[in-house]
Design a protein around this ligand. Structure first.
Ligand code: AMP
Ligand code: GLY
Length: 417
């Protein structure tokens, strides 16, 4: 099978790494890829959706796997399918489960999927009046895609009102802020659950936990994710079965009833509240950095499973090993704010010798030297018998990596012990 992965982050490097283990995969491409994927896949320049389809046709690609949400929301799956190409991921209509928070809420409400109570507003003044009439400070969400920055969890009513001005009046996220969703603040621990589906059949991966804040102790600004571990012990196998029954299955039914049947990877971001798991958000793709800790736990052939989901015949079991994985992100100084690029990365080979996998995120090559090219630079991942052992190995390896001004959190996966 000739396989092409689209994207250039740690998630895509991990997907390539796992797909490469499949005896079914004869040729692997990662477009545009990074300095890590170039070692295991053929890479190429960034291309538009029609150019990617043309490339897939020319290279006789049998299966395309889409990493990020943007091409899915832009209809890459519809475009490829209309040309007879097999592609893993939801259609543009089904991807609205991520690209429109108000659409996701409508589906959940229609199917009684547990989620935060919410209301949506098109008018900033009406939104502000509503906020000031509430008993507790709500969470404010821009409706559309805002590169992970569209959610505000304000500390006060004033901050909540300020968020409405920024999103709806100043339009800091552009038209993604034409509509806002205002919802009750949930409390509990968070978990990320990945459901692989062809629309009918479902295979759940072990639940993971992401660490979104930039600094230790969950301090500092929100980021794309500073590290992850899986399986998270806060989600038991009984709870996972309940999540499939009360959240994943009814959401897929609701999407089908709305004329947008879903296939691909449905990611449920959950809050484990005193009243059970509730949905914080859905994503229409593998999560980053959770993929980097979930795929190492998969014993099955990923290429086979993704192929089956893409063609609507998900029949193979998803077998999971009995191990645990921890991954820590190395980020550029200044991230998630402005940061410098092009800084040399040293010590990768020494770190790998500690028994870890290094999934590249924002990296590139300059005259043969690996250099930084993004805010999140590397994911250092270890898989071991326990979270504790995996964690220890990751932190040993991290000491070998030398990148000027870079930083990483010291407490990934530590709150368990
Ligand atoms: P998102 O960008 O949708 O992943 O949301 C970012 C973070 O905001 C989540 O990981 C949660 O920590 C937090 N969040 C979102 N919605 C809620 C909510 N209703 N209650 C509490 N926290 C929330
Ligand atoms: N880890 C959060 C996301 O992928 O959106």
């Amino acid at each position: 099978m000739r396989v092409m992965v689209i994207g250039s982050g740690g998630r895509e490097h991990a997907l390539c790494w796992k797909l490469k283990q499949s005896p079914l995969v004869s040729e692997l491409y990662c477009l545009p890829g990074n300095a890590g994927t170039v070692e295991i896949a053929q890479t190429g320049p960034a291309r538009s959706i029609p150019e990617l389809a043309e490339f897939a046709q020319k290279q006789r690609i049998d299966l395309t796997v889409v990493g990020p949400e943007a091409p899915l929301a832009d209809g890459i799956v519809d475009y490829f399918r209309s040309r007879g190409l097999v592609i893993f991921g939801p259609t543009r209509a089904a991807a609205r489960i991520e690209s429109s928070k108000s659409f996701a809420k409508q589906i959940m409400e229609a199917q009684n999927v547990p989620t935060a109570k919410s209301r949506l507003f098109r008018d900033p003044q009406a939104a502000k009046d509503y906020i000031l009439g509430l008993e507790s400070v709500p969470v404010i969400k821009a409706d559309g895609l805002a590169t992970g920055k569209g959610v505000v969890v304000p500390a006060s009513f004033e901050e909540a009102v300020r968020a409405i001005d920024e999103i709806m009046v100043e339009k800091i996220h552009g038209s993604a802020g034409d509509i806002v969703v205002i919802e009750e603040r949930l409390v509990g621990r968070e978990a990320s659950v990945f459901a692989l589906t062809d629309g009918e059949n479902i295979r759940l991966f072990p639940a993971a936990q992401d660490h979104k804040r930039a600094y230790d102790g969950d301090q500092g600004p929100n980021t794309g994710g500073m590290g992850a571990f899986a399986p998270t012990p806060v989600v038991s196998s009984e709870m996972l079965a309940e999540i499939e029954k009360t959240i994943i299955r009814p959401t897929l039914r609701g999407l089908a009833e709305a004329g947008a049947p879903y296939s691909g990877l449905l990611y449920a971001g959950l809050m484990l509240t005193a009243d059970g798991p509730k949905v914080i958000e859905f994503n229409c793709r593998f999560g980053d950095p959770e993929t980097q800790v979930v795929l190492p736990l998969v014993r099955s052939d990923l290429a086979q499973l993704l192929w089956e989901a893409a063609v609507g015949e998900l029949v193979s079991p998803l077998e999971i090993n009995d191990l645990a994985a921890v991954s820590v992100v190395v980020a550029s100084g200044g991230y998630p704010g402005p940061y410098q690029k092009g800084i040399p990365i040293n010590g990768l080979a020494e770190a790998k010798n500690c028994g870890v996998e290094i999934f590249h995120a924002g990296t590139g090559l300059r005259d043969g030297q690996v250099v930084t090219a993004g805010g999140r630079i590397l994911n250092v991942m270890a898989v071991a018998e326990s979270i504790g052992q995996a964690r220890e190995r990751v932190y040993q390896a991290l000491e070998k990596i030398k990148i000027k001004d870079a930083f990483y959190r010291q407490d990934i996966a530590s709150m368990l012990f």
